[in-house]
Write a protein that binds this ligand. Structure first.
Ligand SMILES: Cc1cc2nc3c(=O)[nH]c(=O)nc-3n(C[C@H](O)[C@H](O)[C@H](O)COP(=O)(O)O)c2cc1C
Length: 350
């Protein structure tokens, strides 16, 4: 077990080196352990193992469906004979697959921890808030000389479906949009519904969506494809001003959007794409390890408001969690460490 833990943390080069140095009896121990792992894992875990093996070993299991079944059904005597000859040829692959499986288990555990509540008392002691370190800005700075676009005040007159019950029941993820543009008024309303400021004092501001401790971790970026009176391009929403800050108009914006959404073409075919980027330190300042769960939960609130607000003006949206982190961050010129995309959603007329 120790060996596997060790192997799991090695990169491929070190793993091969390590295996080459192993004495034969240790190799046999590993082989026994391999069989034991197989024996002691349940059917689902074995499937994970099969999914993660590759190369010769995978081919072997695919071709030799019978031996695969022996393993799944734990008929180890039969499977042992079958795989013994193979094991010499494919040693490295087996170790890798096992190490990967072990790694996966510890990764899942780590990720699950994020979903759980963190201990309040410990956290209070170490937060920057507690140390009297000044609070980070509530909105990202910008150059006063930037091109700033005025937005119309949010106006409920644009609403076509007024009944909240209907908006809730008729909401669905929509992935087909017409060529019709959205008006600036509609964009203004959607920005207000998702991140609009409704109250502000010296200590905090409150928005149209809830935020743990009113820490407000997001900046909103909009990729404009088809909005009346607005040049195609990338913009940042200035929450306190309720204005847009123009950033750039990439030539190949549609392709960049499609790539950012891992090839999901409908994202690029929308009138606009909302990107929500998290600045984790805004929350970490007050809540340290508790922050990351809070931030992700908040993303859900924001996007749900986009769903409901879109529904009320005959538009459609679709939450996008399957996106390319690097490409999305790069498109919005985010550093990917202190600010990065966590969620996006295209909007269009339906
Ligand atoms: C966190 C999250 C991530 C999602 N990611 C995607 C996505 O990347 N692509 C997509 O087409 N739909 C995505 N969806 C939409 C779901 O597929 C959709 O909500 C689900 O099928 C239920 O359908 P409904 O929203 O119409 O009720 C996502 C939804 C959520 C909540």
């Amino acid at each position: 077990m120790v060996i596997f833990k060790k192997l799991a943390n090695f990169d491929k080069k070190r793993r091969i080196f390590f295996l080459e140095k192993l004495e034969m009896n240790q190799k046999n121990k590993i082989f026994d352990h391999f069989l034991n792992v197989i024996k002691n894992t349940d059917k689902d875990e074995k499937e994970v193992f099969y999914k993660n093996i590759h190369g010769k070993l995978k081919k072997y299991f695919e071709e030799e469906a019978e031996s695969r079944e022996y393993l799944v059904d734990m008929d180890l005597d039969k499977s042992r004979i079958k795989i013994e000859s193979l094991i010499k040829e494919t040693e490295e692959e087996i170790y890798e697959a096992l190490a990967y499986t072990e790694n996966l288990k510890s990764k899942i555990k780590k990720h699950r921890k994020l979903m759980k509540a963190n201990r309040w008392k410990d956290i209070k002691i170490i937060t920057d808030n507690f140390k009297n370190i000044p609070e980070p800005p509530e909105q990202k700075d910008y150059d006063e000389d930037s091109k700033i676009i005025e937005l119309p005040e949010p106006d409920k007159d644009i609403i076509k479906k007024e009944n909240i019950y209907n908006c809730i029941t008729e909401r669905e993820s929509r992935r087909k949009y017409s060529d019709e543009s959205l008006s600036l008024k509609e964009l203004s309303y959607l920005l207000y519904a998702t991140q609009g400021v409704r109250e502000r004092n010296d200590n905090y501001h409150k928005k149209t969506v809830p935020s743990g401790g009113a820490r407000q971790p997001f900046e909103t970026y909009i990729a404009v494809n088809n909005i009346e009176d607005l040049k195609r391009g990338i913009y940042r929403y200035l929450i306190f001003e309720h204005k847009l800050l123009y950033m750039k108009s990439p030539d190949n914006q549609k392709r960049l959007l499609k790539d950012a959404a891992l090839g999901q073409e409908f994202v690029a075919n929308s009138a606009a794409v909302f990107f929500w980027a998290a600045l984790p330190y805004r929350v970490e300042w007050g809540y340290f390890l508790k922050s990351h769960k809070i931030i992700l939960l908040e993303g859900g609130h924001v996007c749900q408001n986009l769903y409901l607000a879109s529904e009320s003006i005959n538009c459609g949206t679709c939450a996008i969690g399957a996106y390319d982190q690097e490409k999305s961050d790069e498109l919005l010129e985010l550093d990917g460490e202190d600010e990065f995309v966590i969620y996006l959603a295209p909007v269009g007329k339906v």
